[in-house]
Design a protein around this ligand. Structure first.
Ligand code: ADP
Ligand code: MG
Length: 157
């Protein structure tokens, strides 16, 4: 499986990669984000939102599991499934994956069986206070194409 690795040296670097990615996204895009607490999953999501032109503040959907933002180029559905207790429970995720927006799922492995087979899996690894390794594993040709473009444009790979 193809993997694309990006090293970021600051919060702004990570935001910039997310903004660049957001510009390429089409309706129905699904992105999963894995990484320990404080890795940068929400930072990355905020970057995606910024790049989509969403002005509302994006923060972790602590009590809601899913938050929707409709004021950008595409709708953004931000899911944090950390508190989903029964992974087989149908909370209607599928409708989001096939809706016209971009779905971002934090802690996606908790609902692995419900994820679409074509998606962009992103893992953020903490290196030190300001450094992160972002590993993108595209599933499906559309997402491979996205990663290739990002990789070609990136100055920090
Ligand atoms: P998560 O959602 O994964 O728990 P957050 O995005 O909420 O993580 O927090 C990441 C924290 O790490 C933020 O305070 C951010 O400013 C900081 N940080 C420092 N360096 C980086 C970097 N290179 N990339 C992303 N975040 C970084
Ligand atoms: Mg978070």
């Amino acid at each position: 499986m193809e993997k694309y690795e990006f090293i970021t040296k600051s919060t702004e670097d990570t935001t910039m990669i997310a903004i660049n990615l957001s510009k390429k996204l089409e309706p129905n895009a699904v992105i999963t984000l894995e990484g320990d607490l404080g890795a940068g999953k929400t930072t990355f999501t905020k970057g995606l939102a910024k790049g989509l032109g969403i002005k509302r503040n994006v923060n972790s959907p602590t009590f809601t599991i899913i938050k929707e933002y409709h004021d950008g180029r595409l709708p953004l559905y931000h899911m944090d499934v950390y508190r989903v207790e029964d992974s087989d429970e149908d909370l209607g995720f599928d409708e989001y994956f096939h809706a016209s927006g971009v779905t971002v799922v934090e802690w996606a492995h908790l609902i692995e069986e419900q994820l679409p087979s074509e998606r962009l899996d992103i893992k953020i690894l903490y290196v030190d206070d300001t450094t992160r390794t972002i590993i993108m594993s595209p599933k499906g040709s559309y997402y491979v194409g996205l990663c290739k473009e990002l990789n070609d444009e990136s100055i920090s790979h």
